[in-house]
Design a protein around this ligand. Structure first.
Ligand code: AHM
Ligand code: MG
Length: 315
């Protein structure tokens, strides 16, 4: 089987970029072990403080951030780290060619109930500064800590999936993931229906209307509450993920963060043939205004994303 290091050799001739991906993979492999034994080590529960987003940090949020920081600090190619858990960008190796933006532990509300969580990361050329469009990404990936630990990674070409072996090696298990164009599955937190805009309400209403409704088919709804798990399902078998702008999140610009949640996921989904949008513009086209900026996120199977865009176009 192809290892991650072998795949990187064929995927890029940029040794610095390959080393950044390998550092994130090493951090994630370490985290996979930490997460597996966290209840034994007494590392579940709250850390006792809040992050820059005003969210209560879990002990494992803090530990995960420390593990990623440790692995990137030793890498001369990483000039800057932006993390969900750190108020400010951290300047690391001077002259490093790359910037990493990460959510070290996404979906942490699922930790204490042993449901899949993940690490998301985006790699950008450091020369472009802190606030670059998603289009500028040099690579992006996530790691899903589920029944298996999966690394999903894309440089410029296809999306590859690697699985962490018991011996600690990343082995390629999917060569080119493709998001099916059509799907009958949508993912949205339906408990927020009262806050939705007309486009979201319209799309979901059409979808649940079944075979005789405007969508002409039957849909299923899935919502794990870990973006990594929901997006992984969509990458493997299709579907659409929506965290739209709603009347409660409008003052913040949305719920999910652009630099280390929306952009890397959009990079992967688009690389696998899917689409991504805020409803009105492509996620990868957004010009960031802040490192912790939030945006509406709609991505997945092309037909479904187009159906949502159709609703937004109605105004
Ligand atoms: P987090 O980065 O603080 O873990 O929050 C992001 C998570 C996503 O993983 C998930 O899609 C979303 O928040 C779930 O939101 P909700 O609580 O509305 O279900
Ligand atoms: Mg998070």
């Amino acid at each position: 089987m192809t290892t991650l290091a072998q795949w990187l050799e064929t995927e890029t001739d940029d040794a610095a970029l390959a080393s950044v991906v390998l550092s994130m993979a090493a951090a994630s492999a370490e985290l996979s072990g930490v997460l597996r034994e966290a209840p034994i080590a007494g590392q579940t529960g709250l850390a006792g403080h809040t992050n820059v987003q005003g969210e209560a940090q879990k002990a494992l949020d803090v530990i995960s951030n420390d593990v990623v920081l440790k692995h990137l600090t030793g890498n001369a190619a990483v000039a800057v780290l932006i993390s969900e858990e750190l108020d400010e960008a951290v300047h690391l190796a001077e002259g490093g060619a790359y910037l990493v933006a990460t959510d070290p532990l996404d979906g942490s509300s699922n930790l204490d109930v042993n449901v899949t969580v993940g690490t998301i990361f985006s790699v950008l050329p450091s020369a472009g500064g802190l606030l670059q469009q998603g289009r500028a990404q040099a690579a992006a990936g996530y790691v899903a800590y589920g029944p298996a630990t999966s690394l999903v990674i894309r440089i410029k070409g296809d999306v590859s999936v690697f699985t962490l072996s018991a011996a600690g090696e990343w082995l390629q298990t999917v060569v080119a993931a493709k998001v099916p164009e059509a799907s009958g599955e949508f993912a949205i937190n339906t408990a927020r229906e009262r806050f939705w805009d007309a486009a979201t309400t319209g799309y979901v209403k059409d979808s649940v209307a079944g075979e005789t409704g405007p969508a002409g088919k039957r849909y299923n709804m899935r919502w794990v509450g870990s973006m990594v798990a929901d997006i992984h399902r969509i990458l493997m078998r299709g579907g659409i993920f929506l965290y739209p702008l709603d009347s409660e999140t409008v003052s913040k610009g949305g719920r999910l963060r652009l630099l280390y949640e929306a952009n890397p996921m959009a990079w992967l989904v688009e690389g696998a043939g899917g689409l991504s949008t805020t409803g009105t513009i492509g996620i990868l086209e957004i010009v960031p205004t802040g490192i912790h900026q939030r945006v509406p996120v709609i991505l997945g199977s092309a037909e479904e994303v187009k159906r949502v865009e159709g609703w937004y176009a109605k105004g």
